[in-house]
Design a protein around this ligand. Structure first.
Ligand SMILES: Cc1ncc(COP(=O)(O)O)c(C=O)c1O
Length: 399
């Protein structure tokens, strides 16, 4: 049979029909613990009733008009996002890549407004920003670039979590207008920078009049136990903040928030989107934010972090071949000494959904509403899997 879907994804041979909380059911009725949340999307679990009800009600009232008219729900969502982020204004779109595209346009326009003809954006090794031409160029992974040259000009790259390299690049590029980075690199392998890194980047941006552009597509909306990861640092507010994934809990919606030096850069006619911020998507996002607040989800994430991190450390820290155990809120990375992509299928066979990124890092992004029992189950299943895998494969790899 001809495949009528372009085969851009390496898909696992499974399909799901239903989801509830942290659990998915496949077409044969088997249940799986979802430790990935659709890659940091279903933060409130699958089909959270508050979100599903809001969507159902809005779908039967008004789904879409156009951005040529006022959209009160969009205004309401923008107000709420400003309240929790400390930012000033939002542009709404449909995905993380689009939120980042918006940021890139803000940076370039900011440069042009200052008389810089060829603005340069500084980006990071190991980053992931999306699959459109500009965002894949910004992405620090050669595999994502392969076959798509010529890439978009105006990006230079430095090592992540290296202030000296960043300062050198800023000194070297007088056309630099912005620094774009993730507060924790998710796709890059759950890489957590030094505690003062974000504050130092903020200071550098302020001193050199560069926009600090934080890609919180994966880390935002409670994933790290604050609404946004920069809120863990003192006195850090980005100029541009990019969001998507967890904002809609499965309803596609992205946002680019601005403050400080990024204000007043985009003017009427500079940017737009047909679907961006339509009533249906905004209603879903409002329900997500209200639920996180009402159910004290941020506090729960902190507790989950402590439980899961200590569970993994107890079971895995002394195992040969486990080189690191990292966590930040509900982002967990277990790094092994050997490539371990095959663990994804092995985990599926045991009834749990996981991800492997950067070849050797098991990445877990469970729903933020995971119960204590489910968290214990996740730690036990993954630990058993890792121990068995290393026992069978570590020695072979050393031969
Ligand atoms: C940090 C980050 N930025 C951007 C993106 C791209 O988002 P989307 O796939 O919604 O375009 C992702 C997706 O994984 C991401 O993790």
């Amino acid at each position: 049979m001809t495949n009528t879907v372009i085969p851009t994804y390496g898909r696992l041979d499974i399909a799901f029909t239903e989801g509830k909380g942290a659990w998915l059911t496949d077409i044969n009725g088997n249940q799986y613990l979802d430790a990935l949340s659709g890659i940091a999307v279903c933060n409130l679990g699958h089909c959270h009733p508050a979100v599903s009800d809001a969507i159902a009600e809005q779908a039967s009232t008004l789904m879409h008009t156009s951005n040529v008219y006022n959209i009160p729900l969009q205004q309401q969502l923008a107000d709420k996002l400003m309240q929790i982020s400390g930012m000033n204004q939002a542009f709404f779109c449909n995905s993380g890549a689009e939120a980042n595209e918006t940021a890139i346009k803000v940076a370039r326009k900011y440069g042009h407004d200052k008389g810089i003809d060829k603005p340069v954006i500084i980006v990071m090794d190991g980053s992931f920003h999306g699959r459109t031409m500009a965002t894949l160029t910004a992405t620090g992974n050669p595999k994502v670039h392969d076959g798509f040259s010529p890439l978009v000009p105006g990006f230079v790259r430095v090592p992540y979590n290296d202030m000296d390299a960043l300062k050198m690049a800023v000194g070297h590029w007088p056309e630099a207008v912005a620094i774009m980075l993730e507060p924790v690199q998710g796709e890059g392998g759950v890489r957590i920078p030094d505690a003062d890194y974000l504050a130092d980047v903020r200071t550098l941006c302020t001193q050199r009049k560069l926009l600090m552009m934080l890609d919180e597509v994966q880390t935002g909306i409670g994933r790290t136990s604050e609404w946004f990861a920069y809120q863990h640092a003192d006195d850090v507010l980005p100029d541009v903040l990019m969001l998507a994934k967890g904002l809609g809990n499965g309803m596609p919606i992205g946002a680019c928030l601005i403050s400080g030096a990024a204000m007043d850069v985009l003017q009427p006619g500079n940017h737009g989107s047909t679907f961006g911020g339509n009533p249906l998507a905004c209603r879903a996002a409002l329900a997500v934010l209200d639920t996180i607040e009402q159910q004290s989800v941020l506090l729960h994430v902190q507790q989950l972090n402590e439980q899961v991190t200590s569970g993994f450390k107890q079971q895995l820290a002394n195992i040969d071949g486990v080189t690191d155990i990292r966590s930040f809120g509900c982002m967990f990375g277990i790094e092994l000494a050997i490539p371990c992509a095959e663990l994804v299928q092995k985990a599926l066979d045991k009834g749990i959904l996981i991800n492997v990124t950067a070849d050797k890092v098991i990445r877990l992004l469970p729903p933020l509403i995971l119960t204590t029992d489910e968290a214990t189950k996740m730690v036990d299943l993954i630990s058993e899997l890792v121990i068995g895998f290393l026992a069978n494969n570590l020695a072979k790899s050393e031969v």
